[in-house]
Write a protein that binds this ligand. Sequence first.
Ligand SMILES: Cc1cc2nc3c(=O)[nH]c(=O)nc-3n(C[C@H](O)[C@H](O)[C@H](O)COP(=O)(O)O)c2cc1C
Length: 361
Amino acid sequence: MSHNTFGHLFRVTTWGESHGPAIGCVVDGCPPLISLTEVDLQPWLDRRKPGGSRFVTQRKESDTARILSGVFDDGAGPVTTGTPIAIQIENEDARSKDYGEIARAYRPGHADVTYQTKYGVRDHRGGGRSSARETASRVAAGAVARKVLGDEVVIRAGVVQLGPHRIAADAVDFDAVYDNPLFAASVEAVPAWEAYLDEVRKAGSSIGAVVALEVSGVPAGWGAPLYGKLDAELAAALMSINAVKGVEIGAGFGAAELSGEDNADEMRLGPDGQIEYLSNHAGGILGGISTGQTITARVAFKPTSSILAPRRTVTRDRTETDLRTKGRHDPCVALRGVPVVEAMAACVLADAMLRHRAQVG
Ligand SMILES: Cc1cc2nc3c(=O)[nH]c(=O)nc-3n(C[C@H](O)[C@H](O)[C@H](O)COP(=O)(O)O)c2cc1C
């Protein structure tokens, strides 16, 4: 299986399967002399880890990250050395017997059928490499990327739509996201969303959701025309997350309904002669290059395909059957997708920052 690596100067490779002994990542190209310990990684991993509430998979993983290489303490505390940073996270609670059925029958909406067709073999246990267990490695890499970016760049995401229930744009509050079990960007939304998701869960069903992303503190100039556009790289990274079916930057599909006048982010000069934009339909990126405004994106996650409700499918030996998927699954994958969205944005931006520095100093 090729293409387990992304990024250019800040380059991330992930490895491992859901029910193997461990998963992890190798971050290559991280600059030297950045202070880094496992303590920097763990808070981000804790946000994504399973088993935190009844609204996520009940698999119990501590997701404890261990740094195996690329960091050295020369007397002034552990710092990156510029060599590859290898991070390992052990799988502690794999229950492969729950997945016997999907060795035989393909889950509709999951990757079982395409992996088997392409490779002729697949580790079906817990979904193997197609399991979102892999996204823990992305979150670990994202934590390293955040250290590269520094505190100026603030990356935040949150669920803004759960099935048909939306949070109005002017009510979105990213500060609320990690204080509620639904990763909702509004505390007011939580009681109704909980009741709704309980119904979905008890019916053996699942539901999709939209995650909004907001990044402040990115200076003007990151990204490159034409084939290194920051929006294109961000969209590709977000789209690579399991179950993501749509990505919008700025006004996104809504821009198609706007007039040129309405869509134009008009400019004026600020007190020090700096450019000030009067709106941000572009989502902080023009011509593939950051404007210095907040970068905004929206990410659509499909509903979990592993559901108890029976669905029609076929088996590897070509018989038709109905499949009820057992095992431990997230009723709405977007919830734990929130820290993954943030991590992928961090990796793309760290890469863009280093490439910007390499070309224009
Ligand atoms: C955080 C997260 C958790 C997920 N948990 C599950 C799950 O419990 N069950 C499931 O069937 N899919 C889950 N998924 C989605 C699958 O991994 C994904 O649908 C599958 O790999 C097929 O890829 P695709 O949907 O991108 O085509 C999860 C996705 C994310 C981001």
